[in-house]
Design a protein around this ligand. Sequence first.
Ligand SMILES: NC(=O)c1ccc[n+]([C@@H]2O[C@H](COP(=O)([O-])OP(=O)(O)OC[C@H]3O[C@@H](n4cnc5c(N)ncnc54)[C@H](O)[C@@H]3O)[C@@H](O)[C@H]2O)c1
Length: 347
Amino acid sequence: MPTVLITGGCGYIGSHTAIELMKVGKLDVISIDNHHNSSPEAIDRIEAIAGKRMKNYAIDACDRAAVQEVFEAHPDIVGVIHFAAYKAVGESVEKPLEYYHNNFESLVNMLAACEANGVENFIFSSSCTVYGDIDKLPVTEETPTTEAASPYGNTKLVGERIIQDFIKSTDKVKAIALRYFNPVGADESGLNGEDPINAPNNLVPFITRVASGLLPQLTVFGGDYPTRDGTCIRDYIHVTDISIAHINALDYLLDGKNSSNYERLNLGSGNGVSVLEAINAFEEVSGVKLNYVIGDRRPGDVTQIYSDSSLAKEKLGWVAGRGISEMMASAWKWQLNLNESRAAQEA
Ligand SMILES: NC(=O)c1ccc[n+]([C@@H]2O[C@H](COP(=O)([O-])OP(=O)(O)OC[C@H]3O[C@@H](n4cnc5c(N)ncnc54)[C@H](O)[C@@H]3O)[C@@H](O)[C@H]2O)c1
């Protein structure tokens, strides 16, 4: 059966994408994930929801020989979705070389493996971070990218450039870079969600951990921004919607609908939601009053950013259908499940 290789298939977005791919059922799904930021339990969760077990190779995507062995074991691979990367902005400032090594080496390896093994279709996880702090909203794909504010951001900016240069040099591989805005939420079953090994540094996992008493308090970074309520505005997008966009993007390449061999697409909802609006949405769906304070601004945070995702709609027939209430409700359901299973393990 034609197979899709996901790198980072046990991570947050990768595991949800594996579930959606299995639900569609057109492609077998295999993964390379060394569990740097995920646990093998993700494979059980995927199976519990999708009813199929994903084969994961717990190898380093930077290990070229080990990656080649996976390609040789699966001659039916028709596409690669490359999620694997280190992704913590703050950590990347402290450990730039680790970030450059991991994110570049794994990307170069996967591209080389595609070319060497006749795999024509490649999807890359990029980020709205490539746009930096911009004045003109919403952000389209024509919005200029700016110098990255962190080594992590630079791995996305330069990662896109690496793919672009590579694609120019070969007619054997086509690629799409998907620029995610702010993926949040969990599978609607509540059985799979974000479960980072490293401390969460995103708003929603922080909210759900504070609400369940695992963390004492949420600090909202800055209440004096020039926005409608003084807090930063972001474009939150449900992880299941993001996952479905990858399936559409892969189909688009497999069906030869691409207009060039390298394309970039924004994946956002098109709606800006402030931090306080996100907190209110959470309180409404969960019935829990959140303990939060407004603190100082955090260096490096942009005031507001949200996307124009009409190109993804036009090219992939994709829209982000799930709103902020569904994002918060699914994230909360997942957190409650996680708390229950962790309590059972400790008992
Ligand atoms: N989550 C977000 O907010 C967000 C936003 C924009 C872009 N992205 C990008 O999307 C991708 C997926 O993000 P995520 O949130 O699912 O992250 P994640 O950390 O949950 O998943 C990444 C997975 O890749 C694995 N991995 C990392 N390096 C590896 C290596 N060298 N070999 C094998 N496995 C490796 C990790 O163990 C992890 O399971 C990343 O490239 C990230 O930069 C994420």
